[in-house]
Ligand binder design. Sequence first.
Ligand SMILES: Nc1ncnc2c1ncn2[C@@H]1O[C@H](COP(=O)(O)OP(=O)(O)O)[C@@H](O)[C@H]1O
Ligand SMILES: [Mg+2]
Ligand SMILES: [Zn+2]
Length: 166
Amino acid sequence: MACNPYSRVVHSLLSPMAGPALYRKWRPKSFEEVLGQEHVTQTLKNALASGRTVHAYLFSGPRGTGKTTTARILAKGVNCLGPEDKRPDNSCSICRSIDEGRSLDLIEIDAASHRGIDEVRELRDKIVFAPSEARYKVYIIDEVHMLTDAASNALLKTLEEPPRHD
Ligand SMILES: Nc1ncnc2c1ncn2[C@@H]1O[C@H](COP(=O)(O)OP(=O)(O)O)[C@@H](O)[C@H]1O
Ligand SMILES: [Mg+2]
Ligand SMILES: [Zn+2]
């Protein structure tokens, strides 16, 4: 029972002393823990194992199906220092700093509350700087559909031609 994540979710919801918010308490840390999305997680695992990841991914689907979770696991996958077939290993210094939310190279933007052109310009200005410790800088743009048209267009340009850092 303990290995079924949903049983933990149900348990936390039922507990009156739930403590920290559920979303902080438990989030899958590996592709194997993301349930019901094997067509996505297997594809990403294959890409990582063969070193054939691309520079942008778009996850779409209903709320709460694991899009943000999968993006964070992928961010660890591309930057993990462990063996290729085990990425992410969740034990190297990079995986740990991402899991603990202290990596400077994983930037999460909530596009629902940062919808405008100024936010995208800021992203564009900062994206030219090399990563601080990881191999790649990863931007997770949550709720990207909420960007204004002008912001979307500005983002598209950066997406099509991300800067090289090497
Ligand atoms: N496919 C899944 N397998 C396991 N847990 C999931 C899955 N999708 C969502 N969850 C749970 O729901 C929470 C929210 O998921 P999240 O990745 O933020 O969803 P989304 O970004 O698609 O709205 C996660 O922390 C996790 O506990
Ligand atoms: Mg999300
Ligand atoms: Zn790692």
